[in-house]
Design a protein around this ligand. Structure first.
Ligand SMILES: Nc1ncnc2c1ncn2[C@@H]1O[C@H](COP(=O)(O)OP(=O)(O)OP(=O)(O)O)[C@@H](O)[C@H]1O
Length: 894
């Protein structure tokens, strides 16, 4: 690499023409902070040294949207789990940036994450467990140690650069600023020193790391500045605020960003404090922190409400040729800068419940982070697609200030801080996505800075050695020039040999002596040097031999170590796999148990409902039975009443008939006329089987309005005995039991018998209270007159008579009986009804109905019913033509 001139002291500068230069992605690290309560569920865990696993939960938005639990894995440069110490993180992340700083390169380290994820803790830490920032300061001062320049030798030029002052000027300024104001404590030039958290007596543990690879021919000065970006305004946290005895300190004014001559961004008139020790730096840090906007929120007791930027600037100036003083040339200065940025945490206002100022702050914080994200996205897109979209750096102060870093003027590292609490899942997903984008942004690698300005290297050492030797010689009262082998100096400067004239032999002799002396000394030094070179070469050979041996040994050990490391890695990855499997299984077990519990609950619920249904059914059944019983009773009572009424009427009629008969008998007796009763009875006997009612006499028929209720029959069709005399045949029509009651023999006038043609007129007698049936099967009465009460005149027009009677059957079903008969006029001018058919309609509930088998059982019928012909006839409403004899009781089942 060609030697480079150190750059002039500026903040990172945009480099043009990055073609051909190496680019590195932004290095992103992930740190998972420990839980406040170790038993809390987590949403993220490290599954290897570079991979984290993010797992959603039932409360997450993703689960609410998809109903599924999701798992994502994200890869980082390195993942630091909750057990990683601050020191380890510093060594890994910040120490290389410190090396860069000392080697003249710029760096940007920022912490990013949601509120309370440990950003401030990682950046600052506590005195007992310091974060990146105090450790950086420790390491810096450990490294530059006594190579520091005297105070005020380097001086900020207020335009983002530095000037060099002579030792004398610097001393004057020291006296003016530090020594004189120090006599009067508390004056503005020397603010009263305040004890800081990080002071040694507070138990602070100094980080012992040191960077040894340092250019000793340079002299160093450290400057720090501390700014914050609050609500998109830049404030200088180290600014001395003007004090008014009445109103107190004036509020700070926001600063503006400017571009310097080299196109680099800087905060104009920002205070830069030169510090000579870490303690001085902590004092400054503490002073700034007191001014920083921090507030209590529901998620963090001390939540940063602003983005804070702590800049460490290292100014390096080369020593002069003697290695004594810094070269008085500002162009030879090299300034490098490390910016340590503690971003404010992104937060969702619905979670923090912030109001007023806090809400406004949160809005600004989120806005700035959003701009940062957009800038990185555009940068990535430009780099990937070769486009040249404008990156909106100017949309926020933060991105505007760090524009140069993203355009390739220093190394950029980010620590993504994560709070593993399960509740933080939704926000952590966004953080992870941001980290993913950031890792894809490429930054041009800074080139190595060489501090070669053409002067002999090792000047400082030589000068120190010389000064030391001279001091020793003076102590021993020896002329330093007499110690050539030690001092390696040709002596004091060339004396003033001014020739007074061409004959000034004395001066010439002195000059000759001087030159001789100088030549001899040179010879001596030469010989000494050669012998030293020989010695050195021998030692070098020895070292080389040792080195080769040690290298071989080192290789061996490294191999062993690598093997061990790989074993450890394997075991670790196995452990992690097992752990993740255990947790997956545990999760499955939990889910299964949950499902089981739910099913058990459902079962209990169903059993309960079943019980309720059963009890409801029982109750309904009981209710239904009670209603049937009540209905039965009701109908029985009505029928009873009806029967009694008819009987009563019938009794009256009988009495009347008896009187008439008596009168008639008297008349007959008087005329000595004898009626052949038995013969007439015989001739008037019906031959129709199934006839269940006989007319008694003409007077009986004339009072047909009180037709008696048909006599119920038992299964064998034998009439159940009633009080009234009945004459009829059994179903077979074999047995005729004529009633031999001479006085009540009905007179049947065959001349009045009407034909059974289609001109039949039915008298449909439905006593009031009959229930209308909506069944399919209904008696077929083509022409009919419906009456609820029988009137004598109705019998004059009707040829057929049908009485409807409804009751509950033996099985509890509702049945309707239709008693059918022919209305036959009597010789006396009245009418009689001869019942020749009974139709029974039974109505059964489908639930309780017994299903008939397709093949009828013999027990369902008796007698003639079992033959096919009869069975067919049964199914037909009306009368079969083939049936010559009407059955006494036809049963139509509905
Ligand atoms: N690695 C850790 N070890 C122990 N405690 C931690 C760790 N990280 C964070 N904490 C603790 O968590 C709390 C919140 O941390 P911190 O203030 O650093 O969060 P933050 O991300 O800076 O939040 P904000 O963005 O609101 O400022 C603090 O009390 C801190 O001590």
């Amino acid at each position: 690499m060609p030697p480079m001139r150190p750059q002039r002291g500026k903040t990172p500068r945009k480099r043009n023409g990055t073609n051909g230069t190496t680019q590195d992605p932004v290095e992103v690290y992930c740190r998972i902070r420990p839980l406040d309560n170790p038993d809390d569920p987590v949403c993220i865990k490290a599954i290897s040294s570079s991979i984290v696993q993010l797992i959603s939960n039932e409360n997450s938005t993703a689960f609410a949207r998809t109903g599924q639990l999701k798992e994502y894995q994200y890869k980082f440069q390195t993942v630091f789990d909750e057990y990683t110490s601050q020191k380890a993180i510093f060594d890994y992340v910040a120490l290389p940036l410190m090396e860069d700083l000392i080697h003249g390169k710029n760096g940007l380290l920022f912490t990013y994450g949601i509120t309370s994820s440990g950003k401030t803790y990682t950046m600052t830490g506590t005195p007992q467990d310091q974060g990146m920032l105090p450790r950086c300061l420790d390491v810096l001062f450990n490294s530059i140690g006594h190579y520091q320049s005297k105070k005020y030798v380097f001086k900020p030029d207020k335009m983002n650069g530095y000037e060099v002052q002579s030792e004398a000027d610097a001393m004057m300024e020291r006296q003016k600023k530090d020594i004189i104001p120090g006599i009067i404590p508390g004056t503005p030039g020397n603010p009263r020193k305040e004890k800081t958290d990080f002071q040694v007596d507070s138990g602070r543990i100094i980080d012992p790391s040191k960077i040894t690879d340092i250019d000793e021919d340079n002299t160093f000065a450290v400057f720090v500045s501390y700014i914050e970006i609050y609500n998109n305004y830049v404030y200088d946290l180290l600014e001395e605020l003007p004090f008014d005895p009445i109103t107190g300190y004036k509020p700070p004014q926001s600063k503006i960003l400017r571009t310097d001559a080299g196109d680099s961004m800087y905060v104009m008139s920002c205070t830069e404090v030169e510090i000579k020790s870490p303690e001085e730096a902590f004092e400054v840090l503490y002073r700034g922190q007191k001014r920083r906007k921090v507030a209590h929120t529901s998620l963090n007791a001390e939540s940063s409400r602003s983005h804070s930027i702590f800049n460490i600037r290292l100014v390096q100036g080369p020593l002069d040729i003697r290695g004594e003083e810094v070269l008085q040339d500002s162009d030879r200065l090299c300034v490098s800068q490390l910016s340590l940025v503690d971003l404010a945490g992104s937060e969702r206002t619905n979670r923090t419940k912030n109001q007023g100022d806090r809400l406004k702050e949160a809005g600004n914080i989120n806005q700035t982070l959003m701009v940062l994200r957009t800038c990185l996205e555009v940068l990535r897109e430009n780099q990937k697609n070769g486009t040249n979209k404008m990156v909106p750096y100017r949309d926020s102060k933060l991105t505007h200030l760090f524009k140069n870093y993203f355009e390739g003027d220093g190394r950029v590292r980010m620590i993504v801080c994560v709070n593993p609490r399960a509740e933080e899942y939704d926000e952590t997903v966004h953080v992870m996505k941001f980290a993913e984008i950031t890792q894809e942004v490429l930054i041009t690698r800074s080139q190595q800075v060489k501090f070669d300005i053409g002067l002999t290297p090792g000047r400082r050492r030589m000068n120190e050695q010389f000064t030391e030797t001279v001091a020793k010689a003076r102590e021993a009262d020896i002329e330093p020039s007499l110690l050539p082998s030690i001092t390696y100096s040709l002596g004091a400067g060339f004396p003033n040999f001014e020739l007074l004239g061409p004959d000034d032999n004395m001066t010439l002799a002195r000059l000759e002596d001087y030159l001789q002396d100088r030549y001899e000394r040179r010879q001596t030094l030469q010989i000494d040097l050669e012998s030293r070179i020989d010695q050195f070469r021998n030692r070098l050979v020895e070292f080389e031999r040792d080195y080769t041996r040690l290298m071989a040994r080192n290789d061996e050990l490294e191999n062993i170590l690598n093997r061990r490391d790989s074993n450890v890695t394997k075991v670790e990855s196995k452990c992690r796999n097992l752990e993740s499997r255990v947790s997956t299984l545990q999760q499955q077990l939990n889910e299964t148990e949950k499902g089981k519990r739910e099913l058990e609950l459902k079962l209990q619920d169903k059993t309960l409902r079943l019980k309720q249904e059963r009890s409801e059914k029982d109750r309904m059944e009981k209710d239904f039975r009670t209603r049937i019983e009540t209905n039965n009773n009701h109908w029985e009572r009505i029928l009873d009443e009806e029967r009694q009424k008819i009987e009563k009427e019938y009794g009256i009629q009988l009495k009347k008939q008896a009187i008439t008969m008596n009168k008639l008998r008297d008349v007959l007796e008087e005329n000595t006329f004898k009626t052949p009763v038995s013969t007439s009875v015989k001739t008037r006997t019906y031959t129709t089987p199934g006839m269940i009612q006989t007319a008694r006499s003409e007077s009986d028929v004339s009072s047909i309005g009180s037709i008696p209720t048909p006599t119920p029959r038992n299964r064998t069709n034998s009439a159940i005995p009633t009080a009234r005399p009945v004459q009829g045949l059994n179903r077979q029509g074999a047995t005729v039991t004529p009633v031999t009651t001479p006085r009540s023999t009905p007179i049947y006038n065959f001349r009045h018998r009407r034909s059974r043609s289609n001109n039949e007129v039915w008298l449909d007698h439905k006593p009031s209270g009959s229930v209308a049936l909506d069944t399919v099967l209904q008696p077929s009465l083509p022409r009919k007159k419906s009456v609820t009460k029988l009137d004598e005149k109705d019998t004059k027009v009707a040829t057929k008579y049908m009485l409807t009677h409804q009751e509950h059957g033996s099985d509890g079903e509702f049945q309707t009986k239709y008693f059918k008969g022919s209305v036959i006029p009597t010789s006396g001018g009245g009418a009689q009804v001869v019942f020749d058919d009974v139709e029974v309609h039974k109505q059964t509930s489908p639930g309780t109905r017994k299903r008939r088998s397709s093949c009828p059982q013999p027990t369902d019928f008796d007698g003639e019913w079992t033959d096919t012909e009869t069975r067919c006839a049964v199914a037909i409403e009306g009368h079969s033509k083939k049936r010559s004899r009407p059955s006494p009781e036809r049963v139509s089942r509905v």
